[in-house]
Design a protein around this ligand. Structure first.
Ligand code: UT7
Length: 322
């Protein structure tokens, strides 16, 4: 079986930084509440004429600058997003054109906050099958475009961003066994409405913004992620104390702390992006990993567990060695 190697990474956020006090002018909230209930200090929002595709391109450019990789031989682009500039053409096709990757196939995959992890699983599969040699995986979202700024239980959470990785066929693979799973029965707990007015007969709020049952998603995330961390470690022949860094989807710092509490995994060994960037959906894991690598925290040979979870509800993960 061909081995897959994650060889380069980059990230991007918009320039406009949004601090917690901004929300004090919109809704009944405080900086203290936001920080203590979510961990978030700042996030970044796109301008009106700035979209997911722009962040995708910037994240890839960051990766190319930092790792001096070439793109002309990329043969597949997968973009994970729930906030494409438009439903068609895909973000992947726009990136293919703007960054000139003549040999690449391109498509978008969507699994909300688990999307980047699903992209990594897919890329590994394409390489293992021998059909592709160099896959660009991007997790990018502009949740500020689908935020209901009058909903105080959700609007403070969301930020915009993108992360990109290159996954290549190599004799020395560094992406281990993967897990994927879903709890589709809980779809109505976290959604953005589209054409249909119901899911399984349950009426939806038809405002095309994020609607969530925060408490239910919180509980599901803690239980499911704690359980799947153990499954994933075992699948890779490891115990949790052999994992150097855990990179879960950054939805809420309290979710991360509760998972650590549940599993005994040290919170100091978590790479998060929630505090400085908010919940950036598909981008949260690659942003946290990119910063962890750039800051020198993650060292060559470190074992890193990635675990995405979110709307669907769905989850996916893997263990890689940097
Ligand atoms: O990417 C995956 C997608 N989403 C998630 O993972 C979300 C998971 N859930 C969460 O992160 C949390 O449930 C929230 C951050 C959404 C909410 O935190 P919570 O600790 O579960 O708050 P709560 O809903 O239990 O509300 C506690 C109190 C309530 O007041 P009372 O009833 O105790 O008087 C709320 O009305 O906090 C109030 N509250 C707020 N107060 C100030 C809710 N939102 C706010 C706010 N500012 N923005």
């Amino acid at each position: 079986m061909n081995q897959a190697r994650l060889s380069a990474i980059g990230m991007a956020v918009p320039e406009k930084q949004v601090v917690n006090s901004f929300y004090e002018t919109l809704i009944d909230t405080t900086d203290e509440w936001i920080q203590s209930r979510t961990g978030i200090k700042t996030r970044y929002h796109t301008e009106q004429d700035e979209f997911t595709s722009h962040l995708c391109v910037k994240a890839v450019q960051d990766m190319v600058e930092r790792f001096q990789v070439t793109l002309d031989d990329v043969d597949m682009i997968i973009v994970s997003t729930v906030t494409p500039d438009q439903p068609m053409p895909s973000m992947a096709c726009q990136v293919q054109h703007r960054l000139n990757m003549p040999r690449a196939g391109a498509f978008d995959a969507y699994a909300a906050c688990a999307g980047f992890s699903y992209g990594v699983v897919l890329a590994k599969g394409l390489i293992a099958a021998g059909t592709h040699q160099k896959v660009l995986v991007i997790g990018a979202d502009t949740l500020s475009k689908v935020t209901d700024f009058s909903d105080r239980t959700s609007c403070v959470l969301f930020g915009d961003g993108a992360g990109a990785v290159l996954i290549e066929a190599s004799e020395t693979g560094n992406i281990g066994d993967c897990i994927t799973g879903a709890n589709g029965e809980s779809g109505p707990d976290l959604y953005i409405s589209g054409f249909a007015e119901t899911i399984d007969g349950q009426p939806l709020k038809m405002n095309r913004t994020i609607v969530q049952n925060g408490k239910k998603v919180f509980k599901w995330a803690v239980t499911k992620v704690a359980e799947q961390m153990r499954v994933l470690a075992e699948k890779n022949g490891l115990s949790l104390d052999q994992i150097d860094w855990f990179v879960p989807h950054s939805a809420n710092l309290r979710i991360i702390e509760a998972i650590c509490n549940e599993t005994g995994f040290p919170v100091e060994k978590v790479l998060e992006s929630i505090v400085d960037y908010g919940n950036t959906s598909s981008a949260s894991i690659p942003i946290a990993l990119s910063n962890g690598i750039q800051s020198g925290k993650v060292k060559k040979g470190d074992k890193v567990m990635l675990l995405g979870f979110g709307g669907g509800l769905a989850f996916a993960g893997t263990v890689m060695e940097w």
